[in-house]
Design a protein. Sequence first.
Length: 111
Amino acid sequence: MPQYTDDEIRNMPKITCKIAGDYLGISPMAVSIGMRNNLLPVGFAIHNEERDRKWSESWTYHIVPERMIAYKFGRVSEIQVHYIEKSLNTIIEQFELMKKDLLFLLSENAE
């Protein structure tokens, strides 16, 4: 199991569940399941329902380096994570509404 330094984690362009597991000392599966169930506050997991296949589900994971480092050292409280997640959900909801409005306008202009 490779050991990563905090600086190596900060400088990675993308952190996979395998890297996160190695860094935190847990399995990659524990990272993915923890993120899916909002039990591991190191980033967020997005369920790609359109890409689900018959026997498996499709998920995308975004691991935030500073959150993972803070979690490892016990500096991330659930209250902080809750507010971060709530803010992200608000941003996503607003983006989805803007996207629907744009698609509606484009469909009206095409007619």
